[in-house]
Structure formats: structure tokens, C-alpha cells
Design a binder for this molecule. Structure first.
Ligand SMILES: [Zn+2]
Length: 219
């Protein structure tokens, strides 16, 4: 019956939205698969992300990947988050050996931004990752206790100051001795990921692994 579903709802490429041939069961069309610059390795644990034990990014933040991320964040396309969640999970299966004992946590969004976007893209990715990997998703493990400016509007130092102390963990015991995976769309300076990891570590997390669809830090 899957061929019938493909006829009614043709599968579209996750990055460029073109209709893929029904025989292709991947998420990307051939063009995007060849065009996207794959990173697929841990970015260096430099100053900004010293609390993150490992940080993986799948692609460089440029077209066609960036278009899909922008659609997810600004054009009401939560379906992109599901596709990204699948990509991240497939990557984790191969590259993160301890994923089976891990839990997934989402990056909390400020109330104002959540209202504008109507969903939290990190929550969608986290839920999908937990589904594909068959591990627990601890929703709202971390909450945001104050609004922050959009990190993309700030420089490296300001980003760090902007995010400082904005997260809170209501039930730290749930994180004790856990390996925690945090999915997100883009990592730039890593200050959000780092601040979140610091809180998770304070709560007793054993290891924190960041995994993002793209990185704007050229490796
Ligand atoms: Zn494509």
C-alpha cells in the first residue's frame, strides 16, 4: 500500500521540497544529497562549549540545509523538525555508541518566541529522536526562566551574557547519572548548548552530548 500513499502524498525532499521519485526511500533528493556539505564529526571543545562533552553537527549551515532550517523556524513547517529528528537519530545510531542508555532533552524556547512560532523546533526533533532511537524524552526537563534576545542578532561575547542563568531544572534527580542528548537546529558559538550543559551537569548528568542539524562554525 505504500506505493498508493506515495501517489496521494508524494514524498518531498526534506531540504528543497522537490517531489522525490517514489522509489527513493531516503529523506533527501539526489541533488541535495550531493550539494549539502557534510560535517559529521564533533566540533572542537573550545572555550565556548567546555561543559558539552561531545558536540556533533551533520552539515555546514549553508544552502540547501539552511533553507530548510529557516522554514522550520520562520515559515510554520514543523514537519521539517520531524525529518531533522530522523536524520539526527540515524546519525546517533551509528556515531554515538552510548545512545541506548541516553535520554533526550529539548532546548527550552522563550514564551514570546514559542507564541510566534507556535512550536518549539527542538521539542519536535527531540520527540522524533526518542521515537526512532526508542529512548526516553524528558520534556521540560529544563525550563527558561527569563526571556532572552535572539542569539542570531548578537556577537560571541553578548551571546554568552544573554543566555547566562536563563535555564532552570525543576527536578534535578531525574537527570542524575544520565547521559543526555540535546538536539538543536544550529550551533554557532555554542553558548546556548554550553549554558544548558552546565545546568545539566549541576543537576548530576554524567555526560552531555549536543547534536545539531548544522553548524556555522567552519570545521
Ligand atoms: Zn532536495
Amino acid at each position: 500500500m505504500s506505493w498508493l500513499l506515495d501517489l496521494i502524498y508524494p514524498r518531498r525532499c526534506l531540504f528543497c521540497d522537490c517531489v522525490q521519485p517514489v522509489s527513493d526511500h531516503g529523506l533527501l533528493c539526489d541533488l541535495c544529497r550531493n550539494q549539502a556539505v557534510y560535517v559529521g564529526k564533533a566540533i572542537d571543545n573550545k572555550v565556548n562549549i567546555r561543559y558539552v562533552d561531545e558536540c556533533y553537527s551533520l552539515f555546514v549551515y549553508e544552502k540547501p540545509v539552511s533553507d530548510a532550517i529557516l522554514a522550520l523556524k520562520f515559515s510554520n513547517r514543523p514537519d521539517k523538525g520531524v525529518g531533522f529528528g530522523t536524520l539526527l537519530a540515524e546519525y546517533a545510531k551509528i556515531n554515538i555508541p552510548e545512545y541506548k542508555e541516553a535520554i533526550v532533552v529539548d532546548v527550552p524556547l522563550g514564551k514570546k518566541r514559542k507564541k510566534e512560532r507556535r512550536y518549539n523546533q527542538s521539542t519536535i526533533m527531540a520527540r522524533q529522536m526518542s521515537k526512532v532511537l526508542q529512548i526516553d524524552f524528558l520534556k521540560d526537563a529544563v525550563i527558561r526562566i527569563r526571556e532572552t534576545k535572539a542569539q542570531s542578532t548578537l556577537g560571541s561575547k553578548e551571546r554568552m551574557m544573554n543566555i547566562k542563568g536563563c535555564f532552570y531544572i525543576p527536578d534535578p534527580f531525574k537527570l542524575e547519572e544520565k547521559v543526555v542528548i540535546i538536539p538543536d537546529d544550529v550551533v554557532t558559538t555554542g553558548s546556548t548548548m554550553n549554558e544548558l550543559s552546565q545546568e545539566l551537569k549541576k543537576a548530576g548528568a554524567k555526560k552531555v552530548i549536543g547534536i545539531t542539524v548544522a553548524t556555522s562554525v567552519v570545521p
